[in-house]
Design a protein around this ligand. Structure first.
Ligand code: WTA
Length: 636
């Protein structure tokens, strides 16, 4: 029996039982056999849910890039580590071998050092999906700098908020990016954002689109000339197991984004282990995850997890619709992709297009298909299974979060029989619990409740940057001695889990987490707006879309409503990014509120979802009459 690589159902159950009975020895064995350490740990795990504090492999010393790069050089130096597929299909793909990746990462690491970056400094990376993004991430890890990757679709304000929150000393960006037929002026966004930031001393700029951007004297530097001068070796910084590896921001239901802090050893062990098992990766495979490295999926399952296993990982710069809707399948065919991991929203969008886009290509290389980021509906699951997997590829519906660092609940191909819409069973070491609203665990099967995890796992986020209290309040206060996920779930008659969606004010739109409060804050900045409430409603392609209820100040009511809608969406785009735009905006004279003045989002959600059969008792509201008005004017 192998703890590290599970190959059938019986083995899964055996391994799972062992992992729960004795988590320390289970993870210790994996850490010992599969990774390279400079010093062994003194203690596998210490934890305290009250503080809350979690330490894995304390006392151990390592560098994650040695595990992701150096140790593979002897056996697979000439194997492709990163396979870069550019936006433009006519531009040649780039096969970066492990040897080349080593040199690139070391050069970049040396540049960071020359530019004054030291262990513990925060470096903001705002780059498109080009090799420099992965290289920059690894270069930070090489020298012990903490990377904070900001998805390059975020606006200048959102970028500035994130830079300021963690006081980044440097930004690594590019002149611009290619996205389908468009180019985007990333450097311009950075310049705009940096007007609001004091901590940034240096901006390194990759030349991706040759647009000849303005460079600010003393602050901005083209990266390539610096790389040309840099040495191709860089001794890795020896890190403690619990040293921070990165910060990654995720939306909360209230306030500013949360800078989730992930640390080194536990994150490495868990992402490597889950990558190997969930995708059943084997030597010679070509693995492709279509996420952006700006999200946790890209961190864990484009960069760290695959590279820790010596895998070949594809990085795609473009979008699924360019030059046409066959692009994903063209890439699978061209590079003989074996594992393909994407989001349900992409599947739904592609399933709407003509099947010819799929049928043109040979997809027979595929072995395993995956989905992540939101619940997958049955129809999309079957489309994926039939048209992409040809009913021969197991589908892994992987449930996890930025906070969990790695996949938590997922089928293991060839082991766990899959059922559409079910994330199925917890991976080894993961102990889910369903809780009722009173804080009691709901035991047994055929039940539903709030999804919690009742034992620590190696890749859990350790804190929120600069705000440990918020970490405690958000994740460890609702239920005692447990991590609360914010999701609801049900457990069926055989113990399979199905994630039913968020139970807080986070809405998942096209697989992106959006907190409703920050969007409301943006809208309320509009001079004509008095108050607003945002809710999610089901959308065919995006999973959820955003519906805004807006109360105007009296002076605003005479204005053209369509113009106001445009202005409101522009404001959201500027403050957060285009992904947070509202699909529907209803102007209303009031919002249903409780007697204590809380907006009843449950009612608004139902109205927006066109599900008004069971609104519950509205007579106890402060203003019951408003419900009818809202219903009468709903935008269908
Ligand atoms: C949702 C993405 C259903 C869930 C890795 C979670 C899912 C949030 C699934 C985290 C899934 C993720 N089925 N829902 N397979 N995977 N989610 O932080 O609501 O971007 O809490 O991490 O996405 O999103 P995040």
């Amino acid at each position: 029996m192998s703890n590290y690589h599970i190959k059938h159902l019986e083995e899964y159950f055996q391994v799972y039982r062992k992992s729960v009975r004795n988590p320390e020895s289970y993870w210790e064995e994996i850490a010992e056999e599969h990774f390279m350490w400079h010093k062994r740990w003194d203690n596998v795990l210490s934890y305290d849910f009250e503080k809350p504090e979690f330490k894995w492999f304390e006392g151990a010393q390592l560098n994650i890039t040695e595990n992701c790069i150096d140790r593979h050089l002897r056996t697979r130096g000439d194997q492709t580590a990163i396979l870069f597929e550019p936006n433009n299909p006519d531009e040649e793909a780039l096969h970066i071998t492990y040897n080349e990746l080593h040199d690139r990462v070391c050069k970049m690491a040396n540049v960071l050092k020359v530019e004054g970056i030291q262990k513990g400094d925060r470096v903001c990376i705002y780059l498109p999906m080009i090799p420099e993004l992965a290289v920059a991430v690894l270069a930070c890890a090489r020298i012990g700098a903490i990377h904070s990757v900001v998805f390059a679709g975020f606006s200048s304000t959102a970028l500035a908020t994130r830079i300021n929150d963690s006081n980044c000393k440097m930004v690594i960006t590019s002149d611009g990016s290619f996205r389908g037929s468009k180019t985007i002026d990333l450097k311009g966004i950075v310049d705009e954002g940096l007007k609001k930031c004091d901590s940034v001393e240096t901006v390194l700029v990759v030349n991706r689109i040759d647009s000849g951007v303005e460079m600010k004297e003393g602050r901005d530097k083209w990266l390539q000339p610096l790389l040309d001068k840099a040495e191709a070796t860089c001794e890795p910084e020896i890190m403690d197991a619990e040293d921070p590896l990165f910060i990654l921001y995720t939306s909360g239901s209230t306030g500013t984004p949360k800078g989730m802090v992930h640390t080194t050893a536990g994150y490495m062990v868990y992402t490597a282990f889950t990558f190997k098992n969930v995708f059943q990766y084997r030597d010679g495979d070509v693995y492709w995850c279509t996420a952006d490295i700006g999200w946790i999926t890209g961190h864990s399952y484009i960069v760290y997890g695959p590279l820790a296993n010596g895998a070949t990982t594809v990085m795609f710069e473009g979008v699924p619709s360019y030059p046409d809707y066959g692009r994903f399948w063209e890439i699978v065919d061209k590079h003989k992709v074996t594992q393909f991991y994407t989001a349900p929203t992409a599947i739904r969008a592609l399933a709407k297009e003509n099947l010819e886009h799929v049928e043109k290509y040979d997809l027979s290389s595929l072995k395993v298909l995956g989905t992540v980021g939101e619940p997958i509906n049955e129809e999309a699951w079957h489309w994926y299974d039939e048209n992409i997997g040809k009913k021969k590829c197991p589908i892994v519906d992987t449930w996890w979060q930025t906070e969990t660092g790695g996949i938590m609940i997922s089928p293991i191909p060839y082991s766990t029989p899959a059922i559409p819409t079910f994330a199925t069973l917890p991976l080894p070491g993961i102990q889910p619990a369903l809780m009722d609203e009173e804080g009691k665990e709901i035991k047994g099967n055929q039940v539903d409740g709030r999804l919690c995890i009742k034992f620590p796992w190696p890749s859990m986020a350790r804190t929120i940057w600069g705000n440990h209290q918020r970490y405690k309040d958000t994740y460890f206060s609702a239920f005692k001695n447990m991590y609360f996920t914010g999701d609801g779930a049900l457990r069926d008659s055989v113990g399979y889990y199905r994630i039913t969606g968020r139970v807080d004010d986070v809405v998942i739109v096209s697989g992106h987490n959006l907190g409703t409060a920050p969007i409301e804050d943006a809208i309320n900045e509009h001079p004509a707006v008095a108050e607003s409430a945002i809710v999610g409603y089901p959308h065919e392609v995006k999973g959820n879309a955003l519906y805004g209820y807006v109360i105007l100040k009296e002076t605003g009511e005479t204005r053209n409503q369509d113009n106001l809608r445009k202005e409101i969406n522009q404001l959201i785009s500027d403050r957060i990014g285009p992904i947070a735009k509202l699909d529907k905006i209803q102007f209303t004279s009031g919002l249903p509120k409780t007697r204590s003045g809380k907006i009843m989002r449950r009612i608004l959600r139902k109205i927006a979802s066109n599900d008004t059969s069971n609104l519950g008792d509205t007579s106890t509201l402060l203003n019951p009459e408003v419900v009818q008005e809202v219903m009468d004017n709903v935008i269908k």
